[in-house]
Design a protein around this ligand. Structure first.
Ligand code: BTN
Length: 341
């Protein structure tokens, strides 16, 4: 008979007891018998948790005083869950075709509040059914959740993801900005450094793509069943290994050194978690980081081209464009920045 998992995340998410073992070790040293008594489990169960944590890359030292946590792994599901201040299980894969596809499968099985995270994707998908090249060293993740909102409100979660990724990039020292609706860019000057200052764009800087976001959902018009927000962060990857048409850059290329992917992922997920609870606060934060507002834009929408000055964004994510024929709002499309207004 096939093994039964109530929801698939049970198979890989870190369980409550292991969290408590890890917390105790980080306050260690603590002896095996003391830990067993504190947690109400056997000594051999303690030992199994310690071995499983070592296998996941945690460095756990043991001496006469007991066990203590010496180092947390650079990346991985248990590493990201450790110290994560957001109520998500993390399902990690070294390599997977697409975290969005996996999150959709989990959604079909009834899961919620799961982050599917991968080091490499072999069949990553982008917007407009494009490929999304996802080599090892990136942060490829999909957040599955079930908000109690009408389908029409769901685009706000794409903007929330862009804000979360931008904030995490800035905390990592990279002056990222958001291009409507969902690209996170870095303005790279001719000297190769990053800058959020528009003047640099004019004097030869160019906007390069750091993060892409692909949101998928299912539900009835009046209520979403699930949303999967897929976020691809070019973290510790060489931009030359990515398709040049996308004009890519990476956190590593801009910083000149690798980024701590565990901390970056935690910040991203935590900010997203806060924003998803207050969708009405997303637009103000988005405006703060937007590079599109104040620029002349050309947007290819499903119904034609809209060209004009991008003047605002309105709930749940429509771009407001001042055209020669008056104000138009655009819900979806490919946006090109022409020049500052
Ligand atoms: C875009 O075209 O800009 C969107 C790219 C979205 C890529 C991410 S990587 C994680 C998740 N899994 C996928 O297959 N796609 C998204």
């Amino acid at each position: 008979m096939a093994p039964f998992f109530p929801v698939a995340v049970e198979a890989t998410g870190m369980n409550e007891t292991r969290h408590r073992v890890l917390d105790a070790l980080s306050d260690g040293p603590v002896s095996g018998p003391a830990l067993a008594e504190d947690l109400g489990i056997s000594r051999s169960a303690v030992w199994k948790h310690v071995e499983a944590l070592r296998a996941a890359g945690f460095q756990i030292e043991s001496d006469d005083a007991g066990y203590s946590l010496a180092e947390v792994p650079e990346f991985g599901g248990e590493a990201v869950e450790y110290g994560l201040d957001a109520p998500f299980d993390v399902e990690y894969h070294d390599s997977i075709p697409s975290t969005n596809a996996r999150a959709r499968d989990l959604a079909a099985g009834g899961a919620e509040d799961v982050v599917v995270l991968a080091d490499e994707q072999t069949g990553g998908r982008g917007r407009l059914d494009r490929d999304w090249v996802s080599p090892s060293g990136g942060i490829w993740l999909s957040i599955l959740f079930r908000p109690d909102v009408p389908m029409a409100h769901a685009p706000v979660y794409t903007l929330a993801a862009a804000v979360a990724a931008t904030r995490a990039a800035r905390e990592a020292g990279v002056e990222a900005t958001i291009k409507w609706p969902n690209d996170v860019l870095v303005s790279v000057t001719s000297a190769g450094t990053s800058s959020a200052d528009d003047d640099d764009v004019l004097v030869g800087g160019e906007e390069r793509k750091l993060v892409g976001i692909l949101t998928e959902m299912e539900g009835e018009a009046d209520r979403v069943s699930w949303v999967v927000v897929g976020i691809g962060v070019n973290a510790n990857v060489d931009p030359d290994s990515l398709p040049s048409e996308a004009n890519p850059t990476s956190l590593q290329a801009v910083r000149g050194e690798t980024v701590d992917r565990r901390l970056f992922t935690q910040r991203l997920v935590e900010t997203f978690d806060t924003l998803r609870q207050t969708p009405e606060s997303v637009l103000d934060e988005w405006r703060e980081y937007a590079t599109t507002l104040g620029k002349r834009v050309r947007v290819e929408t499903p119904t034609g081209v809209v060209e004009g000055d991008a003047v605002d964004v309105e709930f749940p994510g429509r771009l407001v464009v001042e055209t020669d024929d008056g104000r138009q709002t655009v819900s979806a499309g490919d946006c090109e920045h022409l020049r500052p207004v």
